[in-house]
Design a protein around this ligand. Structure first.
Ligand code: FES
Length: 434
C-alpha cells in the first residue's frame, strides 16, 4: 500500500553509521521534521547528523497528503474560545510563517508546490462557518465565506482561506537533504546523556533532537499518556477534474480532498490504531457516491500523533531539560507542523527566543480529564488476555485485515504480519504466530 508519492520519485541513499562521530546536534528521525530541523540548524552554522533507523522519508512523510494549511482539527473560533485569542493568533502566525518558509525553499527545489486556497466546509451549519470566517479575520487572515465550491454537492457554507499550498512531499524532502550529514539504517538504541548509541557506533553530540514521529524514549516525558495516534485512510483516483483548492469537511467523521496531478486524493475514516472504525470504507463510499466516474488506483493509510489540546509538543523533552529536545504531536498538519517545529527548535538551540516556545512547551499543564480518558483507553487492552502482545508496554494487539498488520490499541504501535515494527513508540518487533 504505497502512496502516489513513493511511486513518482527515486529516493537518494545515505551511508550507515560505521564509526563514532562528533557533532553539535544529533537529530533522531529522517522524516520531514528531522530533515528540516537539521537543515535550519545547518543554515545557522551548526554541524548536525541525522540518524534514520530505516530510509529517509520512508515513514509518515511518504504517506501524508502534503497540504500546507492553516486548518487544524480545532476550528479557530473554538480555539479562541477554549485557549484564548493570543494562543490562536500565535498558532496561525506560526502556520503562515511555516508556509512562507516552504515556499521560499521550494523556489530552489522542484516539488510541484502550488499556492491555492483551502476550504473548510460544513454540510449543515452555515453559521458555524460564518463564525469561523470571522475568527480567521480577527486573527489577521483574509478569509471569506462562500457556498460556491468545486464539490459535486451543495454545502451549507465554507470558510475559504488564501495563501495555503500543496506539494510533493518526497521531492521536497529529498531536495532538502542536499548537503546534510545523514545516516540511514542507523537505529538509535539509547541515549547516554547527549550521546546517541546506535548498533555500530556512537554519535557524541552537544544537543539531541528527537523527531521520531512518536518520541521513542519512554522513561521521561510520558508522551504515551499525553498523546495518542490516529490512523487515516487515503485513496487516489483517476478521472476526476482538478479541484483548484484543498478541501476539508469540518465534521469529525468527514473527508478531506486534494488534487495531485492526474489524481484526486480522498482521505477519511480516521480511527485510533487497533480500534473499531470505518477505515477505507469512508473515502471509498464518498468516491462511489460523488465521483462514480473516477477509478481508484491506489490506497494507503497514514498515522498522526494527536495531543490532548491539539497543539504540538515542541521543546525540551522533559521539564527542565536543556540538552534533549522533541517535536511531535502535529495532528493532521504534519507538514506545516514539521516546519514550525524545526523553526522553534532552531531558535531554542541557537539561544534565540521564539514567540511560540511557551505555547508548544511539551511540559505545559494538561487538563486532568483528557489525561485520565487517554490513559483509560489503554487499560482494557493491557488487561486483555489475547496474543500477540505489543513490545512497548505489553498491550494485546489486534489484527488489521485491511492493512495486514498487528495494531496496538493502547498507544498506536504497529507491526507487520511477520512481527517487524512499522510504527513506534515500540522500538522492537514482536513474536507472531497466526
Ligand atoms: Fe504502547 Fe503498544 S504502543 S503498549
Amino acid at each position: 500500500m504505497r502512496s502516489v508519492w513513493s511511486e513518482t520519485v527515486s529516493p537518494p541513499s545515505f551511508p550507515r553509521l560505521e564509526k563514532d562521530v562528533s557533532v553539535d546536534v544529533a537529530v533522531i528521525g529522517g522524516g520531514m521534521a528531522g530533515v528540516l530541523c537539521a537543515a535550519l540548524l545547518r543554515e545557522r552554522g551548526l554541524e548536525c547528523a541525522v540518524l534514520e533507523a530505516d530510509r529517509v522519508g520512508g515513514g509518515i512523510t511518504a504517506n501524508t497528503t502534503a497540504v500546507l494549511s492553516v486548518q487544524t482539527e480545532t476550528l479557530n473560533a473554538e480555539r479562541i474560545r477554549k485557549q484564548g485569542f493570543e494562543a490562536a493568533k500565535l498558532l496561525l502566525d506560526a502556520e503562515r510563517d511555516a508556509i512562507g518558509r516552504f515556499r521560499a525553499h521550494a523556489e530552489k527545489i522542484p516539488c510541484e508546490l502550488t499556492v491555492l486556497p483551502a476550504l473548510t466546509y460544513s454540510l449543515c451549519d452555515a453559521e458555524k462557518m460564518k463564525a469561523e470566517v470571522n475568527a480567521l479575520r480577527s486573527l489577521g487572515l483574509d478569509a471569506t465565506f462562500t457556498t460556491d465550491t468545486p464539490l459535486p454537492f451543495p454545502v451549507a457554507g465554507a470558510a475559504q482561506m488564501p495563501g495555503t499550498a500543496q506539494f510533493h512531499p518526497l521531492k521536497f524532502l529529498y531536495g532538502m537533504t542536499n548537503g546534510l550529514q545523514i545516516y540511514e539504517q542507523t537505529k538509535v538504541l539509547r541515549l547516554d546523556g547527549t550521546t546517541a548509541v546506535t548498533e555500530r557506533a556512537r554519535v557524541n553530540a552537544k544537543k539531541i533532537v528527537v523527531a521520531t514521529h512518536f518520541p521513542f524514549i519512554n522513561r521521561h516525558g510520558l508522551y504515551f499518556l499525553k498523546m495518542y495516534q490516529k490512523r487515516s485512510f487515503v485513496i487516489a483516483c483517476k478521472g476526476a477534474k482538478p479541484l483548484g483548492c484543498t478541501i476539508m469537511d469540518e465534521a469529525e467523521d468527514g473527508v478531506y480532498l486534494r488534487s495531485a496531478g492526474e489524481f484526486l486524493l480522498i482521505g477519511g475514516g480516521d480511527r485510533r490504531p487497533g480500534k473499531k472504525g470505518c477505515g477505507f470504507d469512508v473515502p471509498r463510499e464518498f468516491r462511489q457516491r460523488y465521483y462514480p466516474q473516477a477509478k481508484e488506483v491506489r490506497a494507503w493509510g497514514n498515522q498522526d500523533c494527536v495531543t490532548l489540546d491539539d497543539l504540538p509538543y515542541i521543546g525540551p523533552y522533559r521539564s527542565g531539560g536543556k540538552d534533549v529536545f522533541v517535536m511531535t504531536g502535529f495532528g493532521g498538519c504534519g507538514m506545516t507542523g514539521s516546519m514550525i517545529g524545526a523553526s522553534v527548535l532552531a531558535d531554542e538551540l541557537t539561544g534565540q527566543k521564539n514567540r511560540c516556545a511557551k505555547l508548544f512547551d511539551p511540559s505545559r499543564r494538561m487538563k486532568p480529564l483528557p489525561l485520565l480518558r487517554n490513559g483509560g483507553e489503554a487499560v482494557k487492552d493491557l488487561l486483555a488476555l489475547r496474543r500477540p502482545r505489543c513490545s512497548h508496554m505489553g498491550c494485546a494487539l489486534r489484527w488489521n485485515p485491511e492493512e495486514k498488520s498487528w495494531d496496538c490499541p493502547c498507544h498506536g504501535s504497529r507491526f507487520r504480519a511477520n512481527g517487524r515494527i512499522i510504527d513506534n513508540p515500540a522500538t522492537r518487533g514482536i513474536q507472531t504466530k497466526r
